[in-house]
Design a protein around this ligand. Structure first.
Ligand SMILES: [Zn+2]
Ligand SMILES: [Zn+2]
Length: 174
C-alpha cells in the first residue's frame, strides 16, 4: 500500500488521501452531526467563555455532554412562527446557551442555579424584522406550559425547566 502511494505521489499525481486516513471522520461529516435541530448547531449552544473548551468542541467543561432536545424544539417552533410573522425565513441569534459554572458566575444578573448551566436554556435575540411586542407574544404562545420564559428588552430567555414566566407584561415597558 505504502509503495503504491509513493509511486502515485512520486509520479506527480495528486490524490486525496484523507478518505484513507480519516475514513470514519469523512463518513461522520456526511451526516451533519454539528446540528442539534435544523436551525440550531452545537457551536451555537457552547459556552461563550474560552476556559471550558473540551475535546468535543462544545465547551462543556466536562460538566455536561448534551443539550436539551425539548429546548431546541421550542426554539424551532419560535423561529418558525417568527418567520411566518415576518413573511420570510428569519434566523434568530443565540445570545447565550450553555454556561459553565465560572462563566455563569461572571454573567451579570444570572441566577446561581441558572438553567443555562444545565444545558436547557437559550437567550434569543430579537430579530431585526419583527417588533419586540410580536416576538414576546410568539414566545408566550409557544412556551405556555412548556417551560421557563423571561421577557427582556433584547429578546427572550426560554428553558425547558419548570413552567414559569418572569418580567411579565405588567412589569414590561411598552
Ligand atoms: Zn465556560
Ligand atoms: Zn437566559
Amino acid at each position: 500500500m505504502i509503495k503504491l502511494l509513493r509511486y502515485l505521489i512520486g509520479g506527480g499525481i495528486t490524490i486525496d488521501l484523507s478518505w484513507i486516513l480519516n475514513g470514519r471522520k469523512r463518513k461522520d461529516k456526511m451526516i451533519d452531526d454539528s446540528k442539534i435541530t435544523e436551525h440550531l448547531s452545537k457551536s451555537e449552544v457552547r459556552c461563550r467563555c474560552d476556559r471550558c473548551k473540551n475535546v468535543d468542541g462544545l465547551g462543556l467543561g466536562g460538566e455536561l455532554m448534551s443539550f436539551s432536545e425539548k429546548t431546541a424544539e421550542l426554539f424551532e417552533k419560535i423561529r418558525g412562527m417568527v418567520s411566518l410573522f415576518a413573511d420570510c425565513d428569519t434566523p434568530i441569534t443565540i445570545n447565550s446557551a450553555f454556561r459553565c459554572r465560572e462563566h455563569n458566575a461572571e454573567t451579570p444578573d444570572a441566577s446561581p442555579n441558572s438553567n443555562h448551566m444545565k444545558g436547557i436554556a437559550l437567550d434569543l435575540k430579537l430579530p431585526d424584522n419583527i417588533s419586540i411586542g410580536d416576538f414576546h407574544w410568539i414566545a408566550e404562545k409557544i412556551m405556555s406550559g412548556n417551560g421557563g420564559l423571561g421577557f427582556y428588552p433584547w429578546g427572550v430567555h426560554i428553558d425547558s425547566g419548570t413552567p414559569r414566566v418572569w418580567n411579565t407584561k405588567a412589569e414590561r415597558k411598552a
